[in-house]
Design a protein around this ligand. Structure first.
Ligand code: ADP
Ligand code: MG
Ligand code: MG
Length: 369
């Protein structure tokens, strides 16, 4: 597809930004899309900034469906935020229309571009420097759930098929183990055993969903701290961004993925497992923020299954790393031998920790429910 830089002039020309463009530079620390910050300068006014992104063609095969999800959700959020007296231009993304009225632009190589006004006076942090910031991100993602509680989730496209189909992840793992293409299975007996002992767990959330206990919701599916813009002064979570993976799903999975990623203090590929510990205190902090943000919209069953969300997202992620290790590391990029196995081991360590303090996790949910 070529470098995004080769097409940016074309993409810029597709938009009417109200004033001449004086610069466009690569921006942020996102790993998926090509993100640029565009500056415009009216002759007699203040400079304005925009975020212009080329959507990753490698990650997303269908930009049309992706953008229909994003526009559906942001248009809806704007109405609800306005109704509640909030600021729709600041508290959700605004997808600018191109000169021809479309919500994204396709360049001559087929790359899809979108443009949003820059949300000023906010910061995007890569890690929770304090529990307060973790809490703020939780509250923002909980609020996202609350604001979208009446959105018809089944009208959203499943842009990544079977994303959190843990049963399917398990099936793929079994296939990789069976094939054992690289003869790596013998070296990972403990990890294989770890998964097989938990194969029934992989069905817990899906069973509850099939039984009608867990409702289908609008889910974000990338609920990391760096996808919430925080107020630069107050540290409050202002705007949930990175809506590429918005899909129908389970609220407990959005919750769970935040916990998987944020409720510990180690790198995802840490080799010294003594440094990898699930932090129950951070779990509590996130639970408090998330449930406050949700404002009571979660059902009793969803509340009951929140710890499952945390465990299953972590287990599923570990299974994916292990599967990729067995298959020869072609999905998750590795920078050293055994990195996917190390990643798998950190996830399984966190799962074991969660199992050990399961009752405390449930108690934390009850405390803030
Ligand atoms: P990726 O999927 O690559 O993470 P994001 O949509 O999260 O892409 O965007 C990358 C980065 O660009 C974000 O982490 C954030 O720093 C910045 N960003 C995106 N949209 C905006 C916006 N509207 N206002 C300010 N910063 C933004
Ligand atoms: Mg992002
Ligand atoms: Mg993203």
């Amino acid at each position: 597809m070529g470098k995004a830089e080769d097409y940016i002039e074309e993409a810029l020309a597709a938009y009417e930004l109200g004033a001449p463009v004086v610069g466009a530079v690569r921006f942020g620390e996102g790993h998926i899309n090509d993100t640029f910050c565009v500056h415009t300068q009216p002759p007699d006014g203040a400079c304005r900034r925009f975020i212009l992104q080329r959507i990753s063609a490698a990650a997303f095969g269908n930009p049309e469906q992706l953008m229909r999800n994003v526009v559906g959700v942001t248009d809806y959020l704007k109405k609800v935020i306005a109704r509640e007296g909030g600021n729709p231009d600041r508290e959700t993304l605004t997808i600018l229309r191109t000169r021809t009225g479309t919500c994204y632009f396709t360049d001559r190589a087929g790359g899809a571009w979108r443009c949003t006004p820059f949300i000023e006076h906010t910061v995007c942090l890569q890690a929770a420097e304090t529990p307060e910031l973790f809490y703020a991100s939780a509250k923002a993602f909980g609020r996202f759930q609350r604001l979208l509680k009446d959105y018809p989730a089944d009208t959203l496209f499943e842009t990544i098929e079977k994303f959190h189909d843990t049963e399917n992840r398990l099936r793929n793992f079994r296939k990789a183990l069976e094939a054992d293409k690289l003869g790596r299975a013998a070296g990972v007996r403990d990890e294989v055993e770890f998964v097989l002992r938990r194969s029934a767990d992989c069905s817990v959330a899906l069973e509850a969903q099939r039984a009608g206990k867990l409702p289908l919701r609008v889910t974000h599916n990338d609920t990391k701290l760096n996808n919430v813009l925080m107020d630069e002064k107050t540290g409050e979570g202002i705007c949930v961004i990175d809506l590429d993976t918005v899909m129908p799903g389970l609220a407990i999975n959005d919750f769970g993925d935040s916990i998987r990623f944020g409720a510990n203090h180690s790198a995802e590929d840490e080799r010294d497992l003594s440094k990898v510990n699930f932090d129950l205190g951070l779990f509590e902090v996130y639970t408090k923020g998330f449930l406050e943000g949700c404002g009571g919209i979660l059902t009793p069953a969803e509340l009951e299954y929140l710890p499952w969300g945390a465990k299953l997202m972590t287990l599923e992620c570990g299974i994916r790393f292990l599967t990729d290790y067995l298959e020869g590391d072609h999905y998750f990029a590795v920078h050293r031998a055994g990195q996917n196995l190390d990643r798998c081991r950190t996830q399984f360590k966190l799962v074991s920790d969660m199992e050990r303090c399961w009752d405390d996790m449930a108690a934390a949910v009850r405390k803030y429910a």
